[in-house]
Design a protein around this ligand. Structure first.
Ligand code: FE2
Length: 273
């Protein structure tokens, strides 16, 4: 299976080589994005490795919640520094906060292309996406490390809840589910992996081009790479907000509070175990 590749044009539009590639990306819910020349990826990677130092001051970032702050999950050998957009400037170095804003630009280009394809009238995009498509909503920028020297299951199969996830993975391990089977998503040099989540599926469900939320997992790593490092950006709606389902005539066909949708997904995941 060949995962399609896209790039962002100077016009900020997400482009695929062929419409077939685009169809496949929408159908699968995953594609590679060529790293745009304006993205400070190397800076961000350097920062990610810096946090591995046990003396790093970033390990003192306050843990705001289960999802935010410097978090050490002893049970699965994972540590991460995770922050929502409104805290980036406060805690991340300037160039990393800027990197986050650049990922916002990528996320916006992707969601706007999804909307363009969906046929939902443009004046409704902001409302449908709880503000994300016009630069609001929320986003997480996370620097994640797995200590792979101890065996672990990695991440169990799941779909992401938000709109889309941008992943910079430098080690193999990501797999997607296709026809009941898991296949590798190989690391493709110079590319990020973008996958679609449940909230994006939800808001396009009654449009011309619904997108799929891809089921994926991360397998545990061989111990020859003792540390697995990744940068993950989650484009999410505001947790207190609403998501709306419009059709191509602009009629509101359904809606859900973000909280209710996420609680429903959580329930589904629990049943799945
Ligand atoms: Fe995920």
């Amino acid at each position: 299976m060949i995962i399609p590749t896209a790039h962002i044009a100077d016009s900020q539009q997400l482009m695929f080589k062929t419409s077939k590639d685009q169809d496949l990306a929408w159908e699968l819910g995953v594609f590679y994005l060529k790293v745009p020349y304006w993205l400070d990826l190397e800076e961000a990677r350097r920062f990610g490795y810096e946090i591995l130092d046990s003396e790093s001051p970033y390990r003192d970032v306050y843990q705001y919640s289960e999802l935010e702050g410097y978090i050490s999950l002893e049970n699965n050998q994972q540590t991460k520094l995770a922050l929502r957009r409104h805290r980036w400037e406060e805690h991340y170095p300037l160039e990393v906060a800027r990197f986050g804003r650049q990922l916002d630009d990528i996320g916006r280009a992707v969601i706007r292309e999804v909307f363009r394809q969906s046929g939902i009238p443009e004046q409704l995009w902001t409302d449908a996406s709880g503000g994300y498509s016009s630069g609001h909503g929320t986003a997480f920028l996370n620097f994640v490390h797995y200590d792979t020297s101890q065996s672990d299951l990695g991440l169990r199969p799941h779909t992401d809840y938000g709109f889309l996830t941008i992943l910079d993975a430098t080690e193999p391990g990501l797999q997607i589910q296709l026809n009941g089977q898991f296949s590798d998503v190989p690391v493709l040099d110079g590319h990020l992996v973008i996958n679609f989540g449940e909230a994006l599926h939800f808001i396009t469900q009654h449009s011309n081009r619904p997108v799929a939320a891809i089921v994926h997992r991360v397998t545990s790593q061989a111990a020859d790479h003792p540390v697995r490092h990744g940068i993950v950006y989650f484009a999410n709606p505001e947790l207190e907000g609403m998501l709306k389902q419009f059709d191509v005539l602009g009629r509101e066909v359904g809606s859900s509070s973000v909280g209710a949708l996420f609680a429903f997904l959580e329930q589904k995941l629990t049943n799945y175990e």
